[in-house]
Unconditional design. Structure first.
Lengths: 507, 525
């Protein structure tokens, strides 16, 4: 039956609220002449409204009112709600961090907030779709919004360059993804993940009903090659969005050139969404292709961690350094995904889900704070500019230190437990070599995070970073980040329980 | 009061952190008040450690004052604390050295005084936490968290190349602990728990057994982390930099307590959990330890910098400790534990004395001094006593420890004992030669004529340390008795677990438990 029922629409509530507010912000933009930041607050209201929608669905969670809508193309399950919550958190923090930034940079236009909301809508669709075409559309909505956001400082050459680079490479990547989808369609005759989940992939080793390890369907060698091609093509698209190797090259350039609050969004929201579709496709729908996917992920994880950390070692620009560091973090997430693919249990994907929340808190916090410290025109973004900041602005420096140490993985911060859970899952999956590489990488990462801390506290000199007072909205965002980081560092169970509950992507 | 007595270890661990909270509300300008608050907090903490030491039961080989609460449910991480004869001494040592290092920085630290004391007290919480944790995860947490205050102490208040030294310190330790984390996770995966006692029980009951290959790898993953901290010979290169560039308080705590965490970890984890691997690799490790003893001594001899000399002497002294541990007999292990405390007191005192000289002259180069005993006789006397204690003169603490270790090493292999004894002679050479060049002879540098002698604060500190040095040298029983049960059990455990490997040696070691007191009496004469 193709009739749309009320429940179908209700399950789209967060997306509908976000879209409505995005449109409202754009419509109101010409009428709001003086206080553009009120549009930002309006967007924030939209995010909170969507969050209430999620909370409402979370409450009915227990009544099993969740499920598919629009003929299995869209699903509301714990997994998608968890991810939507991450996107909304990122959007809210980014908006709070952008309010004064846009005024300072004189690019205070309403569509900025509308684009953030649209990027979030796209991410939400990515997390909740069970139809490859829908996933692709979500990917495009999110991507196009972020292409524009990256170039939002249109008088700034670097920002333009970032936008162009991101756009050209990103378009290629999404095209690759679509090509992979076409192969999947060729192999299975459908693009619906729920339908795909009920099929065996010829030549794949995972699906063995009898538990004998022998492929149920002997399969043709040629089909198996097509499966490899399909997996790799889709992986290319997702890997680009999540900036994992070997498709991470754009990341530092774009994060450096884009306005810093946009980098905060880029490095967390779309990235988490990319991992969401990764889990949804390869752990959910195409779980039967597990052994193929596993080696692709394993190799990429290894490469991503090493390239990210080695790249970050030699950076003198904080934004660029954070760009490389976010590549490294994507590598740790991939370790968790590799564990999830190997284990076939919830532990691996739960660790990934936990990681993404912790990572969102610390990375958004770091980028929006860097945006503030950079001063008008984002001039002070070099590590040397932070010299002596610890004494000029002790509070700000302390917050930045917490964020950086959490990124490095100091115990009693969220970053530690994030890594800890991923490594635990990896050890459980007997990925010992990969775990050793991962822990050694995290040792290397201490070097560059401490380089910033060192500049702030241990070098003598006058800071070149902005020493003006932290604006209230930014202060609120940082407060949320720091409290969240410490809370997750002391009581990780609350979020981990949620992550465990949400760990199994349908179908 | 019930709550307090049931949670004495929690109070002990977090009292310094409470001090941090108090200090946080004090204005950074009232320097005097900050110093006094920090001192009082650390003194109260010291009294608590003394109380713990005296309340410690002599007849209980297992853990005492145990607290065990669930903390994180998935994975099951417990807030599991307890002390045995090994940790109770190290806790006392920590409690003793912290107020001294605050006193030692009384005039030396003038900038950012508040932050300095915040970090020092936070560090104390970390150190005590490491010694009381019986949950592998909790242990790891304290082990890592403690690095940050130390990193700041070296990096902000250090001398010369402090940034380099601080970074080197933290990266070395992190590299070691990263591998340890993998091993801990592996253990968790095999046992389903981080609880040290239940892992030991599973091992003892045969429920958990490793293949030799896995056991060896796990052993090395833990051992390397601890060997870096000790530091054992080829991994020691962070130490001279960190010790030399750190402020006096930092050096005292580094040498006094942080190095002991390495040897503590070996005794607490490497030996009981992986006895076969420990026994199998003991010859290699003993040889490395002896190389460390001789190398540290030889390098000390040629150091032009006083602090660097003392730093290298730590490499030699800790070599003794590792040698004693891997002798696997009661003499060796008790000597090692005793020597851990001795080294903490003696080297801590040496660093404080070098710090006093530095405060007066702003140099640490031996050639800038000479004939100081005529200008600062009291300081010279203290320096003499501490030097003698460090080189192991009878009647001093160092003698008891080194004697027991050499005895234990002899029982293991005569060559170990003989070579270690050579190390003692070397120690006498570099320490006495250093003393001679700094304090004896004519005053050659005019700047040395007008320097003031010890004031009341410095005298008080040094008298406290000298009394402890003499007490530990003359009447070691109170300390040794507290570790007897624990060490006997440990040695027996290794003997039982590895009977097939060296039955004779371990039985001899077990029999040695009784006559040991006699040995010490001999030592005293």
């Amino acid at each position: 039956m193709t009739t749309v029922q009320a429940v179908d629409v209700l399950r789209l509530l967060p997306e509908i609220i976000l879209s409505a507010f995005a449109i409202l912000v754009m419509v109101l933009d010409p009428f709001v002449k003086i206080r553009k930041s009120s549009l930002g607050w309006l967007a924030l209201v939209g995010v909170i409204g969507a969050a209430l929608g999620v909370a409402g669905m979370g409450m009915v969670w227990t009544y099993q009112a969740l499920g598919n809508s629009f003929r299995d193309s869209f699903v509301v399950d714990p997994f998608s709600l968890y991810f939507i919550s991450i996107f909304l958190l990122v959007a809210a923090l980014t908006i709070l961090g952008s309010l004064r930034y846009l005024e300072r940079e004189k690019v205070n236009y309403g569509e900025y907030y509308a684009l953030i909301l649209m990027a979030t809508v796209g991410a939400c669709f990515m997390a909740s779709s069970t139809e490859l075409i829908m996933i692709f559309i979500g990917l495009e909505i999110s991507s196009i919004s972020t292409y524009i956001l990256a170039g939002f400082k249109r008088h700034d050459a670097q920002s333009n360059e970032a936008s162009l680079k991101y756009f050209l490479l990103g378009s290629f990547a999404t095209a690759f993804f679509l090509y992979g989808v076409a192969f999947v369609y060729g192999l299975t005759g459908t693009t619906n993940l729920i339908a795909i989940a009920n099929q065996d992939f010829p030549g794949s080793l995972v699906k063995d009903v009898g538990g004998s390890g022998v492929p149920v369907n002997g399969g043709l060698a040629a089909t198996s090659h097509f499966l490899w091609i399909a997996v790799i093509l889709m992986f290319v698209g997702i890997a680009f969005k999540s900036s994992t190797a070997p498709f991470q090259i754009w990341t530092p350039d774009v994060y450096q050139g884009a306005p810093a609050p946009v980098s905060a969004l880029l490095s967390t929201g779309p990235k988490a969404a990319a991992f969401a579709i990764f889990l949804r496709i390869f752990l959910g729908g195409m779980a039967n292709a597990g052994s193929v996917t596993f080696w692709v992920v394993w190799a990429s994880a290894l490469l991503t961690m090493c390239l990210g950390n080695l790249g970050a070692l030699f950076q003198s620009n904080v934004k660029r350094l954070l760009g490389y560091s976010s590549i490294a973090h994507a590598g740790y997430v991939l370790v968790g995904i590799a564990a999830a693919l190997r284990l076939g249990e919830d532990e691996g994907s739960a660790s990934v889900l936990f990681y993404l929340v912790a990572y969102a808190l610390m990375n958004v916090g770091a980028f929006v704070l860097v945006a503030h410290l950079a001063g008008t025109g984002e001039r002070a973004t070099s590590i040397d500019d932070y010299t002596g900041l610890g004494y000029a602005r002790p509070g700000v420096a302390a917050v930045l230190s917490v964020l950086l140490l959490s990124l490095a993985g100091l115990p009693i911060t969220a970053g530690f437990f994030a890594k800890f859970y991923v490594f635990r899952a990896a050890i459980h999956a007997h990925l010992i070599g990969l775990t050793i590489v991962a822990v050694l990488n995290s040792v290397v990462s201490w070097y560059y995070y401490l380089k910033i801390v060192m500049a702030m506290y241990m070098r003598e000199g006058q800071t070149a970073a902005a020493t003006s007072a932290v604006p209230r909205p930014l202060g609120a965002a940082l407060f949320v980040c720091v409290v969240g980081i410490l809370f997750l560092g002391l009581f990780p169970n609350l979020v981990l329980d949620l992550a465990n509950l949400s760990a199994r992507p349908l179908p | 009061m019930d709550w307090l007595s049931e949670h004495s270890l929690t109070v002990l661990t977090f009292l310094p952190l409470a001090g941090v909270l108090i200090l946080a509300f004090v204005s950074p300008d009232s320097v005097k008040r900050i110093r006094w608050i920090a001192l009082i907090v650390s003194l109260v903490e010291f009294l608590l450690t003394v109380k713990l030491f005296s309340a410690f039961s002599l007849h209980e080989p297992g853990m005492q004052f145990v607290e065990d609460h669930p903390w994180i449910t998935s994975p099951a991480i417990g807030y599991h604390l307890g002390v045995d004869g090994l940790s109770v001494l190290l806790i006392l040592l920590t409690g003793f050295l912290t107020p001294l290092s605050i006193l030692a920085s009384w005039t030396g630290i003038t900038s950012r005084v508040k932050e300095f004391h915040l970090f020092l007290l936070a560090l104390e919480t970390g150190m005590i936490g490491v010694f009381v944790s019986l949950d592998l995860f909790l242990f790891f947490l304290f082990w890592e968290a403690m690095l940050i205050p130390m990193y700041f102490l070296i990096g902000v208040w250090g001398h010369g190349r402090r940034l380099y030294a601080a970074l080197k310190f933290i990266l070395y330790t992190m590299a070691g602990s990263a591998l340890m984390l993998v091993a801990i996770l592996y253990l968790y995966n095999a046992t389903g728990t981080f609880n040290l006692q239940s892992i030991s029980e599973q091992l003892a009951s045969g429920q958990l057994a490793f293949t030799p290959k896995v056991e060896n790898l796990l052993f090395w993953a833990f051992f390397v982390a601890f060997a870096i901290k000790v530091p054992l010979f080829p991994l020691h290169t962070w130490l001279p930099d960190a010790h030399t560039e750190a402020p006096t308080a930092g050096s005292v705590i580094l040498a006094g307590v942080l190095l002991k965490m390495g040897t503590y970890g070996m005794l607490r984890f490497c030996l009981p959990l992986f006895p076969h691997a420990a026994v199998a690799y003991a010859p290699i490790i003993s040889v490395i330890a002896i190389i460390g003893i001789l190398y540290g001594a030889l390098v000390s001899m040629v150091q032009p910098d006083l602090k660097r000399l003392v730093a290298y002497s730590s490499v030699a002294h800790l070599g003794f400790v590792v040698l004693g541990i891997f002798a696997f007999n009661v003499n060796g292990v008790e000597g090692a534990i005793y020597q851990m405390c001795n080294h903490g007191v003696s080297t801590g005192a040496l660093f404080i004395l070098v710090g006093m000289l530095y405060d007066r002259r702003h140099t640490r180069l031996i050639r800038d001094f000479g004939g100081l005993s005529t200008t600062v006789p009291i300081l010279g006397m203290f320096f003499m006593i501490v030097t003698l204690s460090s080189l192991g003169l009878p009647m001093m603490n160092g003698f008891v420890g080194e004697f027991l270790i050499i005895l234990g090493a002899f029982r293991r292999h005569a060559a170990y004992g003989a070579l270690a004894a050579v190390g003692v002679i070397f120690a006498a050479v570099y320490l006495l030669w250093m003393y001679q060049r700094v304090f004896l002879g004519e005053v050659t540098n005019d700047k040395n004529r007008a320097i003031p002698d010890c004031n009341w604060r410095e005298k008080a500190m040094m008298i406290a340390m000298v009394l402890v040095i003499l007490w530990m040298g003359i009447y070691p029983q109170p300390f040794l008795r507290r570790m007897d049960q624990t060490v006997n059990q440990m040695v027996e455990h290794i003997g039982l677990a590895t009977t097939s490997v060296t039955p004779a040696a371990t039985q001899a070691a077990a029999r040695q438990a009784g006559p040991k007191a006699g040995v010490v009496t001999e030592a005293r004469r």
